[in-house]
Ligand binder design. Structure first.
Ligand code: P6P
Length: 340
């Protein structure tokens, strides 16, 4: 009888490191340390209701949002892990206005920079809704051994060498890509290892789910309004109406649509004329994963991964998921230009 043996994240990374176009151990160490930080954050998130780690630190992050202790904790853990990897020389994080750089001997020669939203959807922590860490890895473009420059962090998404997310949900999963497909690992707490559970994830080119905050409907571009109505109409192939599914936590909404097929949309609204989601550490990593799984990601007009960021925390309208659905909403947007 064939005995099934689990493949741990570290074993998988080492097995696949020959696919990585740079020095073998570098990516291995980076992703290994992402895994360590994810396990530490998992432990805290899982007990959030039990220990006094809820509630607000009292400070606010660069977005003006009140920081909950878990945001700060997660930010610290991933910064620590990246420093410890000795491969990362700098970090951009949603929780920090400026970039962080490591000038200690261990890390200042690192070839990589790390961009992250350490705990996205944290407003859901208190109500036990899935939340996530989103990350993106680039090779630095400034000279090795010098202080990283803003240009290292404002590269277009096509330059990502790896990207992924951790979803802290009914189970904790790490899902990542290095440009050779998308693989998912589920944390087995009995052995403290992320184990390969979803190999070569491929997202359906057509889905039945659409995800958008319809509370903003009146402010959406006309093309988006028409697409939402299209999703709600019955058609003769009985594909539609689609079901609306919206959690309000990007990683949770995206992960469900990635696995089942669907589209996630966050258009520009009155409150967020450029969209709400951040290009560098939310849209780009999710877009890389979507494309690697056979899906698509645009700002409604252009490929997300080709946008050259101008500012670290800049926002972008975001449409991501099953290719047919993203192309359909782009069609509606093109046919219904807004006289902005
Ligand atoms: P809204 C969470 O705050 C977040 O950044 C994403 O995780 C999520 O997709 C979005 O905002 C939800 O925003 O305006 O619908 O509550």
């Amino acid at each position: 009888m064939k005995t099934y043996r689990i493949i741990t994240l570290n074993e998988f990374i080492i097995e696949r490191q020959s696919e990585f176009p740079y020095a073998k151990g570098e990516l291995t160490r980076l992703l290994h340390h992402v895994g360590i930080a994810a396990k530490i954050v998992h432990k805290k998130v899982n007990k959030a209701g039990l220990v006094d780690i809820l509630g607000e630190v009292g400070s606010t992050n660069v977005q003006g949002e009140s920081q909950k202790k878990l945001d700060v904790f997660a930010d610290e853990q991933f910064i620590w892990a990246m420093r410890a990897s000795s491969e990362c020389c700098g970090i951009a994080s949603e929780e920090n206005e400026g970039t962080i750089y490591f000038d200690d001997s261990l890390s200042k020669d690192g070839n990589y920079i790390f961009c992250m939203d350490p705990l996205d959807g944290s407003s859901n922590i208190d109500v036990n809704v899935s939340i996530g860490t989103i990350f993106s890895i680039y090779r630095r473009v400034s000279p090795r051994g010098t202080k990283p420059r803003l240009e290292d962090f404002l590269q277009p998404g096509v330059q990502q060498v790896a990207a992924g997310y951790v979803i802290y949900g009914s189970s904790t999963m790490l899902v990542y890509t290095t440009g050779k497909g998308v693989n998912g690992f589920t944390l087995d707490t009995s052995i403290g290892e992320f184990c390969l559970s979803h190999e070569q994830i491929s997202t359906p080119e057509q889905g039945q789910l659409y995800s958008i905050n319809e509370g903003n409907y009146v402010h959406f571009p006309m093309g988006v309004k028409k697409y939402i109505k299209y999703c709600q109409e019955k058609d003769d192939d009985s594909n539609r109406p689609y079901s609306s599914r919206y959690i309000g936590s990007l990683v949770a909404d995206f992960h469900r649509n990635l696995m089942k097929g669907g589209i996630f949309m966050y258009p520009q609204t009155a409150a967020s004329p450029q969209g709400k989601l951040r290009l560098v550490y939310e849209c780009n990593p999710i877009a890389f994963l979507a494309e690697q799984a056979g899906g698509k990601a645009t700002d409604g007009k252009q490929r997300i991964l080709e946008i050259v960021p101008k500012h670290l925390h800049e926002r972008s309208p975001f449409y991501v998921g099953s290719t047919n659905m993203v192309e359909k909403v782009e069609e509606f947007i093109e046919q219904n230009p807004d006289n902005l």
